[in-house]
Design a protein around this ligand. Structure first.
Ligand SMILES: [Zn+2]
Length: 204
């Protein structure tokens, strides 16, 4: 884990991302170890990219009358630490030392409440469809940076930590491609085709 003086980080804010502070976060439980990254997909309206709506949702200012698909989002208070746009730009909404509200009811390695110990990363996209090459490159860059700062042991999809309830990022997300970009045959990513990989080393 990097020291607090790591120039790539300012506290829990990564310099590789544009900072947009969401009010949707709270303290992690005392002693929480941040060892999981949960990958999601989101697009607002569904299947449309590039608009301001994801940011508005995470800032709690989404105009729910702006589109019929936004109605069910009324009153929803959610966030993720990071959003990766289709062109690979990365936005950060929540300090990684804080608990963002992205996974909901969830469980990983027998432990509930993934929000308390995870980093949430939203890829702009629609579950089941493909993601842009620039997003894989950006995600790999982000994951390397996160692993420098936190003892990340697993990267899993929302669909893996909330099976039956959530399906993102879905079959269109290529876990093998992410693994190759990270330079490992099966790095600390958990896809739908194999067992979870446990990162060896001092962070166990
Ligand atoms: Zn999700």
């Amino acid at each position: 884990m990097a020291a607090a003086t790591d120039p790539r980080w300012r506290g829990g804010w990564w310099r590789g991302a544009r900072r947009i502070r969401s009010p949707h976060h709270n303290a992690r439980p005392p002693g929480a170890v941040i060892d999981l990254v949960v990958v999601h997909s989101i697009s607002l309206p569904p299947g449309e990219y590039g608009g301001p709506w994801i940011t508005d949702l995470f800032l709690g200012r989404l105009d729910c009358g702006a589109h019929p698909a936004f109605g069910p989002l009324r009153g929803l208070r959610v966030s993720a630490h990071f959003v990766v746009r289709r062109d690979g730009r990365i936005l950060q909404f929540v300090d990684t030392s804080r608990r963002a509200w992205h996974a909901g009811a969830s469980r990983w390695r027998g432990r509930p409440d993934c929000n308390s110990r995870s980093i949430g990363v939203e890829l702009e996209g629609l579950e089941g469809l493909c993601f842009a090459p620039a997003q894989y490159a950006a995600l790999a860059r982000l994951l390397r940076a996160l692993a420098q700062r936190h003892p990340v042991r697993d990267v899993a999809g929302h669909e893996h930590v909330a099976p039956g309830r959530k399906r993102d990022p879905g079959a269109g997300f290529d876990w093998g491609r992410l693994a190759r970009l990270l330079g490992r045959p099966r790095p600390w990513v958990h896809g739908d085709r194999g067992p979870a990989w446990r990162r060896p080393g001092p962070h166990r």
